[in-house]
Write a protein that binds this ligand. Structure first.
Ligand code: 2HA
Ligand code: ZN
Length: 261
């Protein structure tokens, strides 16, 4: 097996894998993660696997991606056997395996499509995580929680700082087949504006400058979802902060333009 030497990135995978497993969000082999790398000079992909969608913004770049069937709890101990390095061809239509795990996550189309969009719209976000937190998934089964706006308005107002972490609110993709191009393309569209995208009946996807930064955002939304369900279990239908309080807080921290845009 060819070795790779992306120490910082592998540490990021290790820490995030351990955290996703410890939180119980990535059960069994659930969830997947990737980090986009700059162009790999002098490294050539041997096999040219056709991509289901062109990713012109990734031409010549590379992606570290978790392997199919890999477990977060094992990535958290030693990431090396579980992460694969892939390079995108110069035409942005093919990719090839370079090193490490050679069986990519079934969500490869989503990861590549989202990286392509991020490269264009939010290039500092190099990391993508997808996981299955129970308190967030539970929201999808409430009839009124049927859009990103409905869910954002209901749960982000339950804690004074949540909107500050996510001023644009939460993106939302209706249920689509796991691993499908539809799921990938809809998510790519949603990440233009949102750092977190809800996957109806499935889980959630986060982008960040690092996987650790993506985990921060996941913690914020999962905290809000847990507060919501704790209150509901106590028979309370929470109203949360008023819109005026939310706007006042965002304004005080210079983030109101992101909420209003
Ligand atoms: O099993 O979570 O979405 C991995 C996944 C696919
Ligand atoms: Zn999943």
């Amino acid at each position: 097996m060819t070795k790779f030497s992306y120490t910082d990135e592998l540490d990021d995978f290790k820490n995030a894998g351990a955290w996703l497993a410890r939180r119980g969000w990535s059960e069994a082999a659930g969830g997947n993660m990737s980090i986009r790398l700059d162009a790999l000079a002098d490294v050539h992909e041997d096999d040219h696997i056709e991509l289901p969608v062109a990713v012109p913004n990734l031409a010549g770049k590379a992606v570290l991606l978790t392997g199919s069937g890999t477990r977060a709890r094992e990535i958290g101990v030693d990431p090396v056997p579980h992460i694969g390095l892939y390079k995108i061809s110069d035409d942005g239509r093919h990719y090839g395996w370079i090193a490490g795990n050679d069986k990519p996550s079934c969500e490869l189309p989503a990861h590549f499509a989202i990286h392509d969009m991020l490269e264009q719209h939010r290039p500092e976000d190099k990391a993508i995580l997808h996981t299955h937190p129970a308190s967030v998934i539970s929201l999808y089964h409430e009839a009124t929680m049927n859009s990103g706006k409905a869910i954002s308005d209901k749960i982000l107002s339950l804690q004074s700082e949540a909107w500050l972490h996510l001023p644009e609110g939460l993106g939302y993709v209706k249920h689509a087949l796991p691993g499908s191009l539809d799921l990938g393309l809809a998510s790519a569209e949603a990440v233009k504006r949102h750092h977190l995208v809800l996957w109806q009946y499935h889980g959630i996807l986060a982008t960040g400058e690092t996987l650790a930064a993506g985990c921060d955002k996941l913690e914020v939304v999962e905290k809000c979802a847990r507060v919501y369900w704790t209150l509901r279990a106590a028979g309370i239908d929470p109203k949360g902060l008023t819109l005026a309080d939310t706007k006042h807080t965002l304004e005080a921290f210079g983030q109101l333009h992101r909420f209003d845009s």
